[in-house]
Write a protein of this length. Structure first.
Length: 118
């Protein structure tokens, strides 16, 4: 089991930046595949950014490429999502997720709200 706690959400104007954090406990983050998802009102949860198992390289949804950056600090057991050039359509609840066994993301945080005003 792993517990994930997100923080860093808030209200920001379009064009602004936010950095989300996800602290993991119960498991060593460096041994897990980690990712960020988001869910906007009335929409399904969607992938935003994550690390691949093989090589640990990062990959992104097309809608956030060039604006968002996922990173990790293994010493702090924390994953980050740096979000720049935010747009109103980025407004959503953002979730941190972990894939413990290579079978898909199966552990989720409680989410943090990001609201981008125009």
């Amino acid at each position: 089991q792993v517990q994930l706690v997100e923080s860093g959400g808030g209200l920001v104007q379009a064009g602004g930046s936010l950095r989300l954090s996800c602290v993991a406990s119960g498991r060593t983050l460096s041994n897990l595949r980690m990712g960020w998802f988001r869910q906007a009102p009335g929409k399904e949860r969607a992938f935003v950014a994550g690390f691949r198992w093989s090589g640990g390289t990062s990959y992104y949804a097309d809608s956030v490429k060039g604006r968002f950056t996922i990173s990790r600090d293994n010493a702090k057991n924390t994953v980050y999502l740096q979000m720049n050039s935010l747009k109103p359509e980025d407004t959503a609840v953002y979730y941190c997720a972990a894939d413990l066994y290579g079978t898909g993301y199966d552990s989720w945080g409680q989410g943090t709200q990001v609201t981008v005003s125009s």
